[in-house]
Design a protein around this ligand. Structure first.
Ligand code: PAF
Length: 281
């Protein structure tokens, strides 16, 4: 595996690869890699000749400074994991490399960044759009792979890709869960033993909510999810919304035609976890 830190070196490397007609798959990450990330690389390896992973803890997408400081950084362990799954190139740029000057761009994603994460983490999706567009401009992959745990991010990246006319296929990949159902996340490693023992309530409640769909209205299901998670003293729901999977507009009745997803954000002490579940359409 080649480790590259400059955009120039990466572009040179990639132009050689493109010259011989090889396809390029890209998995952007912020490191602290877990099996969810590794599954994205496996999808990329299946579809492409070459897989590139980036590790960059992007400062512009953290609306909370402490969250940025606390975010796990374990690049040596990440490198070992990447060698095992066959990653061809790892791109680990510095902040100066990605943001040589202040990037003042603004984006208009309509409703997509106004709700849920967008409403609770002001500026977060602008930061994601800034870095993903910069990475796409540098890597110019054929396909880029993102996990469905960050469901809203995926919707926004699809929109960004079409707005900026990147010729890149965005591949959405299923959530990978721990044995007890907890959605894998780099933030899980920040949980204390006690917190870790309690957080599986989040996914268990979402799975159960899917069954409640048969006997409860949308609004009853929402109330039930929030109440059930909040009954656990370690957990505090920030939001639970059931939305149209494409527009992210709220669903008001199960008979609506749209494909439906329920998205939750939960505070566990100072850690914030998100998860989601598809409802029957
Ligand atoms: O999902 C993430 O890890 C990040 O938001 C991403 C897409 C790598 C951008 O920094």
């Amino acid at each position: 595996m080649k480790i590259v830190t400059s955009k120039k070196e990466l572009s040179e490397e990639l132009s050689q690869i493109r010259k011989v007609g090889k396809s390029i798959g890209f998995v952007p990450t912020m490191g602290a890699l877990h099996d969810g990330h590794l599954s994205l690389i496996e999808y990329s390896n299946k579809d492409n000749d070459i897989s590139i992973v980036s590790i960059f803890v992007n400062p512009t997408q953290f609306n909370d400074k402490n969250d940025y400081i606390k975010y796990p950084r374990i690049v040596e362990e990440d490198v070992d994991k990447l060698k095992k799954v066959k990653c061809d190139i790892l791109f680990t740029p510095s902040e100066k490399e990605m943001y040589p000057d202040e990037d003042k761009r603004e984006f208009d994603f309509g409703n997509l960044d106004k709700v849920m994460e967008g409403a609770h983490r002001p500026g977060h999706f602008r930061g994601v759009a800034l870095i993903v567009s910069k990475l796409f401009e540098t890597v110019k992959p054929d396909k880029a792979y993102f996990g469905e745990k960050d469901f809203q991010q995926l919707a926004i990246i699809k929109k960004l890709t079409s707005q900026l006319k990147f010729n890149i296929e965005i591949v959405s990949c299923p959530i990978v869960r721990e044995k007890d159902g907890l959605a894998m996340s780099s933030r899980n490693m920040l949980l204390s033993k006690e917190q870790r023992a309690n957080v599986s309530i989040i996914s268990k409640t979402l799975f159960a909510a899917k069954e409640k769909q048969k006997s409860m209205t949308v609004s009853e299901t929402k109330d039930w999810v929030i109440r059930t998670i909040n009954e656990n003293s370690f957990l505090k729901v920030e939001y639970f919304e059931i939305v149209d999977m494409t527009s992210l507009e709220p669903i008001t009745g199960w008979n609506q035609k749209a494909e439906k997803v329920g998205c939750v954000a939960v505070h566990v002490g100072t850690i914030r976890l998100i998860d989601n579940i598809r409802f029957y359409s």
